[in-house]
Design a binder for this molecule. Structure first.
Ligand SMILES: Cc1cc2nc3c(=O)[nH]c(=O)nc-3n(C[C@H](O)[C@H](O)[C@H](O)COP(=O)(O)OP(=O)(O)OC[C@H]3O[C@@H](n4cnc5c(N)ncnc54)[C@H](O)[C@@H]3O)c2cc1C
Length: 381
């Protein structure tokens, strides 16, 4: 490291932060990633991600990891089924074998792939950024929960929905979209829940009616993840008098919300393994922008949190990370690099966030599934 090498900190080891770190290191730029999780395996990473050619996959190519990705990805996961509440199939799409597209990968596998590509000790686990103190020369002193502080020339906020870097750049806070997902799942579905496995198929199945949806997605190793999606107050469980830890009480409330749906669909709510997790969906205002501030920037959900109705959040985070890293590696002046990155990022993010907001508005309407049918026919004709 030369005396002029900028000290770069990435806050957050999600898909965006790790892609940025990988592309920086591939271009010979040193970086440290600070991550809240105590270790790589500290918590389950959640469901499956669809990665598009021009976002997540493009970033993986720049990271030199596309081949490994292709070995782990599930192209058959692109299969889509749209049903109504009577379980009638309205639309079905299966990708042609070998066709390029948007294969799925489990979040945990993607994280592992990116982590394994970094030089040892790049990620400092168990480091929660509490706050940043401007030092007046474009540098910032980062203060972590364990009391440790460190000064950096550039701090990249890749710290997701409740970013601690974002408030240094913008007053915007994520707002509840009015839509909640209640997550549950099935283990070893083909053997233990064959009816559910048949209904869902090899990719994803969405049944919609009257502003509600049951969305089931295949993960690897026979897992199926289910989201019961509906419009409700953020306090719907409290108002219904149930605690999320009381699985049977939550199940009863969900069965009541989906009353009248076909029994094959209700089985998704009746027969799941484990409990239910509440996932209210939040989004940043669109467009979310900020005035360029030397020494700080954002990527991924920290910059453009949007509802997951365009299937692009992680892919965009990875593309952001790739573009920021390549800009930093290619410019002599890191501040100019960040300006160039932000000039491309902000309009792209606004366009994607608008698309995602439209997807949300069209999917859970009183006349559902008509909006989704229109959308799927236009996209997958
Ligand atoms: C139900 C659902 C389905 C989705 N499906 C898709 C899909 O198919 N395709 C797709 O592209 N996207 C999808 N998304 C969106 C995607 O999950 C996110 O957009 C993506 O994870 C954002 O990545 P990120 O790196 O910006 O942030 P994150 O993945 O949120 O990572 C942020 C990291 O920062 C850490 N962190 C947070 N605060 C701090 C702090 N103060 N200090 C240190 N570390 C911190 C966190 O622990 C975390 O590891 C989906 C989202 C949902 C909710």
């Amino acid at each position: 490291m030369t005396p002029t090498t900028p000290r770069i900190a990435i806050i957050g080891a999600g898909p965006g932060g790790l892609t940025c770190a990988r592309v920086l290191q591939r271009n010979g730029v040193p970086v440290t990633v600070f991550e809240h999780d105590a270790s790589a395996g500290a918590r389950p990473q959640g469901g499956t991600l669809q990665l598009h050619l021009t976002t997540g996959q493009a970033a993986l190519r720049a990271a030199g990891l596309h081949e490994e990705f292709a070995a782990l990805a599930r192209p058959e996961g692109q299969e889509v089924r749209l049903l109504d509440h009577t379980a009638r199939v309205l639309f079905q799409y299966a990708p042609a074998p070998g066709a390029p597209g948007r294969p799925e990968i489990d979040r945990g596998e993607l994280r592992r792939l990116l982590l394994d590509s970094l030089t040892p000790e790049t990620v400092r686990w168990g480091s929660y950024l509490r706050t940043l103190h401007p030092l007046g020369d474009g540098r910032h002193r980062a203060e972590f929960d364990d009391g440790h502080t460190e000064a950096f020339d550039l701090v990249v906020g890749a710290d997701g929905i409740w970013s601690r870097v974002r408030p240094m750049l913008s007053d915007a806070t994520p707002r509840y979209t009015g839509v909640t997902f209640v997550e549950s799942g099935f283990e070893d579905a083909d053997a233990r829940h064959p009816e559910v496995a048949r209904l869902v198929g090899a990719g994803s199945m969405r049944a919609e009616s009257a502003s509600k949806a049951l969305i089931a997605r295949r993960n690897s190793r026979g897992r199926i993840r289910l989201y019961a999606a509906f419009r409700a107050s953020q306090d719907w469980a409290l108002e219904a008098g149930v605690r999320m830890t009381d699985t049977e009480a939550v199940r009863a409330v969900l069965l009541d919300r989906f009353a009248g749906w076909d029994e094959r669909l209700l089985a998704l709510l009746r027969d799941n393994d484990g409990g239910f997790a509440n996932r209210p969906l939040f989004a940043l205002p669109v467009p979310h922008t900020w005035t360029h501030t030397p020494g700080l920037t954002l990527l991924g959900d920290a910059a453009h949190l949007m509802p997951p109705f365009a299937g692009t959040g992680a892919g965009l985070a990875m593309l952001d990370g790739d573009e920021l890293a390549r800009a930093l590696a290619g410019h002599g002046d890191p501040d100019e690099a960040v300006r160039a990155y932000e000039a491309a990022l902000l309009p792209r993010a606004a366009e994607a966030a608008e698309r995602a907001a439209r997807g949300l508005a069209e999917a859970l309407t009183p006349d559902a599934p008509r909006g989704s049918l229109r959308h799927l026919r236009a996209r997958l004709r």
